[in-house]
Structure formats: structure tokens, C-alpha cells
Design a protein around this ligand. Structure first.
Ligand code: SF4
Length: 394
């Protein structure tokens, strides 16, 4: 290794009894277009040359950070950007590099995020042959007026076509992503989305409330025309419709924005919410190997350039006890299972726990419940989670 920062990280980690990451995230930084609301790092797909350079750089990054990755992997998640833009040849190169030094657990979950317009039989078959066994499909909304508002380029027919192809090929672990809180969204619009989930017996879905992220085209638009957004009361009503649909159809609301049938929770995302070590590769990707958090440059150009010389542009920080505690509280309370007080006692100082318990007592039971040594938020609590966390943080 000839990277000074990675050398430093290795030195720091050697002072801790650190465990290598069993969870791997790979960020594919290309999109065909930039959606007006999106703040994820990605760049427009210009030509194969840029993509080929990225794949080479990524393979070099796998080699450089190999020492942080466990011999046996439990989850791999290809996110982005738009991972479904990569060809099977590109993906094979990436998987070959991973497979050189790492085995895949027999129950491994390998997820790829996909846009409906990219889905073809050949592509999905190729994924399956590579071992990809979970697809997270960016449906966003079945109603064309909403797709248009979101600046998405796919249509209803492509969504249905994509779901049928994925299911027919035999990848049953399918998750659909939805965005809620859209202008003029009425009950009928919601029903169309619910019907899609029911028609295809989809085992997992996520519904994210549209947020206005800084420096996006949507934030500029909303600054000029705040009236275009759905008002908070209507958003709340619609959120409850999603909760009700999930409840009436036996979906477990296991995380703030995620719903699943039994055994279909996202293992990879649960690893983040339960403080497992994970390694992130690709531009802007974050990693956490306790107690070090590191993140790659959010510039494809820098990423490719440095990795061409077997170097990498990344930064890191060592989390202190306060950071670790706050992160623990924040991520655990996202989950339906919440915080196990016995586990908390094993991890943190007595005074910290006393403070936490005292603070949690201030929160009404409508929002936060204490039962059988567990502390967790209700669905109502999740809706005001940011405010609750202010009271609970150190
Ligand atoms: S929402 Fe998805 S497709 Fe749209 S710009 Fe963001 S990453 Fe790309």
C-alpha cells in the first residue's frame, strides 16, 4: 500500500481490536439524467470511456482496501447513481476482483438498485448468473403526472414490464422505492401505488417523503414557488394511508421508511442501523470500521485520477464516545425494535445511560414506548423523530 491516509487508518485501527467489514457498498456514480430533487452524488453518463476508467479505478480500490474486507461477505449492495447502467461485463470484472480474496456467505444478500427503463431479460438474467439476488427498483410513483413532476424518464408501462421481467427470471426478493408527499396526490393516486404492490405480491417496499435538499433544482423551484409543494396536513394524511395499507396487508413497518413481508427485510441496510462495520467503494462512498469513519472524494475525476496511480483521495475521522452514542441512538430508533437497554448497558458508560433514561422519560408514550427492557418509537414518534433526538442526544 502506498497511500498515506490509508496507512494512518491502518495504524489507528491496529490500536483497536477491529473487525473487518462483512458488508460491502459499491457506489456507481452515473445517471442518464439528473432528477431535480436528487442530492446523491452522480454524474451524467457521457461515454463508455469514462465508465471504463471508473471500473478500472474501482478494481484498484478493491485491491487497496482489501485488508479492511472480511474473508466472508454477508451483504453486497450496488447503489448509486444508477447501477443498472453497468453492463454484465463490467459487473463481472467487479465481482471477479471481489471473489479473488473473499468468499460469499451461503445466505449472502446481493442487491442492485435499478431504474425501470434499464430492465431487459438479458440484463436481469446476467445479474442472476452473477449471484445478485435482490433488486431495489426505483419506481418512485406509478402515476405519470407524478413521475413527470419528479423528472423521471420512465413510465407506468416500463415499471410493470420491469417487475414482470424480474419476477419471471426468478428474482423474488424485489423491493420497490416510492416517493410520497407529492403535489396534488389524492387517495386514488395512492391506491394505484398500493394496487401495484398487491398485484405483484411485492415483498418489500420503501416510501420516502420528498425532501427539499439544498442546491437541487427542486429547492430553487420551491424557493420561487412554495405553493407547488403538498401542504403538511395532506402529506401526513397520505403517510397514514401508507401505514394503513401496510398494516392491512401484513407488511411489517420495520424501519421509518421501510416495510416488508416476513424474512424480506433489507439485511444490508439493517447492518447500517445496527452499527456493523461496512466498507464503501466508489466516489462519495462512506465506510465505517469502528471507530473510524472514512469517505471517498465526491468527484469522479479525482477518484479516477488518484486510483490510476494506486492512490485514493479520501478523508476520515475517529468517532468519539459521544458521536458513537448519538449515532447509536439515532440509528436504533429508526428500527421498530428500537434500543435494547441491556445491550446499551454493555456498550456505554453508566452515567450516559442514566442520562438517556432520564431524558427518554420526558417523551410522551404516544411517541416513545418503554417495555420489557426495550425503548422504541411509535409510528407517530417516527414522524417527529428529529425533535425527539434533540432531547436524547448527548
Ligand atoms: S434519483 Fe436516481 S436516477 Fe435520479 S439523479 Fe438521483 S441517483 Fe440518478
Amino acid at each position: 500500500m502506498n497511500n498515506k491516509i490509508l496507512d494512518n487508518i491502518t495504524l489507528i485501527l491496529s490500536d483497536y481490536d477491529y473487525s473487518k467489514a462483512e458488508h460491502l457498498y459499491i457506489h456507481i456514480p452515473f445517471c442518464r439524467y439528473r432528477c431535480p430533487y436528487c442530492s446523491f452524488y452522480s454524474t451524467l453518463y457521457l461515454n463508455d470511456n469514462a465508465k471504463n476508467q471508473f471500473v478500472e479505478a474501482l478494481i484498484n480500490e478493491i485491491k487497496l482496501k482489501d485488508f479492511l474486507l472480511s474473508d466472508k461477505l454477508k451483504t453486497i449492495y450496488l447503489g448509486g447513481g444508477t447501477p443498472s447502467m453497468l453492463s454484465i461485463i463490467d459487473l463481472s470484472k467487479i465481482f471477479n476482483e471481489i471473489n479473488k480474496n473473499h468468499q460469499l456467505d451461503e445466505n449472502i444478500e446481493i442487491t442492485i438498485e435499478a431504474n425501470p427503463e434499464d430492465i431487459t431479460k438479458e440484463l436481469v438474467k446476467g445479474w442472476q448468473d452473477l449471484g445478485i439476488n435482490r433488486v431495489s427498483l426505483g419506481v418512485e410513483n406509478i402515476n405519470e403526472k407524478h413521475l413527470k413532476f419528479l423528472g423521471r424518464k420512465h413510465n407506468t408501462e416500463q415499471i410493470i414490464n420491469a417487475i414482470e421481467i424480474i419476477k419471471n427470471i426468478g428474482i423474488n426478493n424485489l423491493s420497490l422505492d416510492f416517493i410520497i408527499g407529492l403535489p396534488d396526490e389524492n387517495i386514488e393516486d395512492l391506491q394505484n401505488n398500493f394496487q401495484l404492490i398487491s398485484d405483484y405480491n411485492i415483498p418489500h417496499f420503501s416510501s420516502y417523503i420528498l425532501t427539499i435538499e439544498k442546491k437541487t433544482r427542486l429547492s430553487k423551484l420551491v424557493n420561487e414557488h412554495p405553493e407547488i409543494m403538498q401542504n403538511d396536513n395532506d402529506t401526513l394524511t397520505n403517510i397514514y394511508q401508507w401505514y394503513l395499507y401496510a398494516k392491512n396487508h401484513s407488511y411489517e413497518h420495520y424501519e421509518v421508511s421501510n416495510f416488508s413481508l416476513p424474512n424480506y427485510q433489507s439485511k444490508h441496510n439493517i447492518s447500517y442501523w445496527t452499527q456493523k462495520n461496512y466498507l464503501g467503494l466508489g466516489p462519495s462512498a462512506h465506510s465505517y470500521i469502528h471507530p473510524v469513519r472514512m469517505w471517498n472524494t465526491a468527484s469522479l475525476r479525482n477518484y479516477n485520477k488518484t486510483l490510476e496511480n494506486n492512490n485514493i483521495d479520501l478523508e476520515y475521522e475517529i468517532l468519539n464516545e459521544k458521536n458513537i452514542f448519538n449515532e447509536y441512538i439515532m440509528t436504533r430508533l429508526r428500527l421498530k425494535d428500537g434500543i435494547d437497554v441491556n445491550e446499551l448497558a454493555k456498550r456505554f458508560d453508566k452515567n450516559v445511560i442514566q442520562y438517556f433514561i432520564k431524558q427518554s422519560e420526558k417523551i410522551p408514550s404516544e411517541y416513545l414506548i418503554k417495555k420489557n427492557n426495550k425503548i422504541y418509537l411509535t409510528e407517530e414518534g417516527w414522524l417527529i423523530m428529529d425533535r425527539i433526538l434533540i432531547d436524547l442526544f448527548l
